[in-house]
Write a protein that binds this ligand. Sequence first.
Ligand code: DUC
Ligand code: ZN
Ligand code: ZN
Length: 488
Amino acid sequence: MYDLVIKNGTIVTAADTYSAEIGIKDGKIATIGTGLEASDTIDATGKLVLPGGIEAHCHIAQESATGGMTADDYRSGSISAAFGGNSCFVPFAAQHRNMGVIETLDLYDSRAQGASVIDYGYHLIVADPTEKVLAEELPEAFRRGVTSFKVFMTYDLMKIDDRQFLDILSIAKENGALTMVHAENSGMIAWMSERLVAAGHTQPRYHAVSHPALAESEAINRAISLAKLVDAPLLIVHVSTPEGAALVSDARMAGAKIFGETCAQYLFLTRDDLDRPGMEGAKFMCSPPLRDSATQEALWRHLQAGTFSVFSSDHAPYRFDESGKLAKGPNATFKQIANGMPGIALRLPLLFSEGVAKGRITLQQFAALSASNAAKLYGLSSKGSIAIGMDADIAIWDPKESRTVKVEDQHDNMDYTPFEGWTVTGWPVTVLTRGARVIDGGALVAEPGHGQYVARDKIDLTGYPGHRAAELDPATNFGARIMPETRS
Ligand code: DUC
Ligand code: ZN
Ligand code: ZN
């Protein structure tokens, strides 16, 4: 009756842990019960059966505004993600200046189609919000199932100003989309960088100095204020400071439609990693930068307390050679080195090992952070849980398996991992996307092209009272209608 049955495992969802069998038919979870029969069986004795991970922040086949290309394409990036327990991912499709949004999505479709082994969607990066983009192309992107738009408050070739930010927030709100923001104060970073470089402080470690914590908290405060003005949903990506996390937490407590994400590197690495000999520190450069151990502890507490809806890798792979980190030579200043590090395969094993195995988070929190929250927030309605009718996107974990991370065991296109030598306990051994094995017993068994594009739904804001700015409310602003109605 079923195509596949998973037997003898312990099912873990964001709500429960229990023993049952899962019957899969036509790529969906058809039943959950006992005594199920099928021609194909997975014996999950001693294993945890979790929703397949959803990696919601990664840079795949993406060129930067200055032309550098990430080392991973949709084939290698998706394979690496799958080995790390993910059955779906949502990389970015990056609009650059003078590019259209639809042109951007077509380009990324051509890069992803036939290449990915797991299902995928895109967040759109908006760097050039022309009138046409705002009026026609963002709504069209939304109709194509691209229901989240990322903007930058820093980087000369990417950043938008506050007025453009308000335009995007309100168009996104009108359509039911979620805006995401890279929140750092551009002027502070430029000012610090100029002075550091002029004084000869050019090594990778000064990257951390050039991005003060205040640059993040100022920008997060401004971004939240802009979102509150128009009562639009906003997700602050890669929050790296306690001050930034507190702003997210306060806004959420007040009922605003504000969401937060943090990433593995901010919990597991510190700026001391940037202070390695020669150019080695370049391997640990990302933006916002790594902070300190007190920050790690504070971010763990926010993760435990629910400030962060999403926990991501921000996989931004640039090799430690002329194609990546060393493109501007071995003596490049920190300003000339690509920002980002790999991590798509280790996000979940690290979270399991340091989080669940060490008693910092529950299995339910792990399921929520690995898949369920991202599915809800990003409109992946058929994914992110183990329930009848959902896609059979499943990761089977051996909670006892212990591994030491080595670059030669990785499946991305990278020549280093920032987590070299870490020992992790708990490992995803089998991964299914829509009922088909992608990873089986630790080996890749799916072909590129197995992964399909997923058109996402609008964001569900049920339960968020939002923020009513008196100046935007016709009842208190002398009847001025400034915001369009939200489409249903
Ligand atoms: N922002 C990201 O989200 N990823 C890599 C670098 C950056 O600035
Ligand atoms: Zn960013
Ligand atoms: Zn990123």
